[in-house]
Ligand binder design. Structure first.
Ligand code: XUL
Ligand code: CO
Length: 439
């Protein structure tokens, strides 16, 4: 097999004093943190679309990177296979054990779905062959139901029953391929499941149909032996003005309303949470307390820009708070998919490696620091103390639901007036975090 990334070695761990741009400074796969190897805490995944397909095109200019990977013509099966070769070499060199894909990332879409599906069969055979003798697996698969013009009004939420059928066909095939490649999960990101204007939209009708498509997917997936989780990936807007899976709270309400909560969890993307006006930590916490923290799309946005910039994560503060949530939740059923792209001017093959080294080191640092925060205990202790009034007799009655409004009212009358509820100590707690981060 021809080497694609010729000047790039297998990326070693060299530690924090290394100045080697092609070495990990913090990600040491075998290092044990809180009883588990870093590689187990951090099942990293390569996103096929950004890493092997996207060439830097934006609204104002064409590709800056050539991602033909040696194929003589792009958009051919020869190119699709060259991407597989490049992807596996890339993952092996970085020690990445998972990949995520959309159907049309793997093969060029044909005019006829039967032909597209035949191509998907061929490429998945090729990928399976590549997987042999490695420990690389599929983290999750999905169907792209937002790029083709047929999906301009959504997939499950479309006004066209024929388009709905087409979406069903794509989901069916993407599930087949995900199962064939041993995928841990299957994602629904509803990029066009939303609206541009309420003037032409029947919201209830559309939401019922999205749920219908998801139920059909669950029934089919289980019938072909898919044991993993289905995920909703919330995002509030872009490309649509409003998307129904606005944030974790909204999506959790949706899956519960439509009886999908046994099969679905959340795939939380950092940049989507911030677009919804939340912190990344917020959407992780909301998912976790509802038992629905499934997987993560690891990236970061830019607070100065109002769209999804999908940057490689370098913010250690956010990564630490993310890993704090993940550790507290007992880990993920999914993994950390780098739904991230190099900036348009970072157009070389080395940049692809620098980007993943950055992202993996950021999350490794986040993991190390989150474990220190938990082991330090000051945060947990403070939170426990903050609610300690509920350990009192009346507090216990409230928590156990063993009281009435009248009993509480007569308690309050006897008391006269309560003391102030105690300082929140936010600044102190923030200084504890800084102390642990920068000691
Ligand atoms: C788009 C996005 C998608 C999903 C998969 O913002 O995040 O790439 O992760 O469809
Ligand atoms: Co994503």
């Amino acid at each position: 097999m021809k080497e694609v990334f010729k000047n790039i070695p297998v990326i070693p761990f060299e530690g924090k004093d290394s100045k080697n741009p092609l070495a990990f400074k913090y990600y040491n796969a075998d290092r044990v943190i809180m009883g588990k190897k870093m590689s187990e805490h951090l099942p990293f995944a390569m996103a096929w679309w950004h890493n092997l397909c996207a060439g830097g095109t934006d609204m104002f200019g064409r590709d800056t990177t050539d991602k033909s990977f040696g194929a003589s013509e792009k958009g051919t099966m020869e190119h699709a296979k060259a991407k597989v070769d490049a992807g596996f070499e890339f993952m092996k060199k970085l020690g990445i054990k998972y990949f995520c894909f959309h159907d049309v990332d793997l093969v060029p879409e044909a005019d006829d779905i039967k032909e597209t599906n035949a191509r998907l069969d061929e490429i998945s055979d090729y990928i399976l062959e590549k997987m042999k003798g490695t420990d690389i697996k599929c983290l999750w698969g999905t169907a792209n139901m937002f790029s083709n013009p047929r999906f301009m009004n959504g997939a499950g939420s479309t006004n066209s029953a024929d388009v709905f059928c087409f979406a069903a066909a794509q989901v069916k095939k993407a599930l087949d391929i995900t199962v064939k490649l041993g995928g841990r999960g299957y994602v629904f990101w509803g990029g066009r499941e939303g609206y541009e204007t309420l003037l032409n939209t029947d919201v209830k009708f559309e939401q019922e149909n999205i749920a219908r498509l998801m139920h059909l997917a669950v029934d089919y997936g289980r019938s072909i032996g898919f044991k993993g989780d289905f995920y909703i990936e919330p995002k509030p807007k872009e490309p649509m003005k409003h998307q129904y899976d606005f944030d974790a709270a909204t999506a959790i309400g949706f899956v519960r309303q439509y009886g999908l909560d046994k099969d679905f969890k959340m795939n939380i993307e950092a940049n989507h949470a911030t677009l919804a006006g939340h912190t990344f930590q917020h959407d992780l916490r909301i998912s976790a307390i509802n038992g629905m923290l499934g997987s993560i799309d690891a990236n970061q946005g830019d607070t100065l820009l109002g769209w999804d910039t999908d940057e490689f994560p370098f913010n250690v503060y956010d990564a630490t708070l993310c890993m704090y949530e993940v550790l507290k939740a007992g880990g993920l059923t999914g993994g950390f998919n780098f739904d991230s792209k190099t900036r348009r001017p970072s157009y070389t093959m080395e940049d692809m490696f620098h980007a993943y080294i950055l992202g993996m080191d950021t999350f490794a640092l986040g993991l190390i620091k989150a474990a220190e925060i938990i082991e330090d205990g000051r945060l947990d202790e403070f939170v426990k103390e903050r609610y300690s009034s509920y350990n009192s007799e009346i507090g216990k009655k409230i928590r156990s639901g063993n009281t009435s409004l009248s009993e509480l009212a007569s308690y309050a009358e006897k008391m006269g007036k309560p003391d102030l509820p105690g300082s929140g100590r936010q600044e102190y707690l923030e200084s504890v975090i800084n102390n642990i981060l920068f000691n």
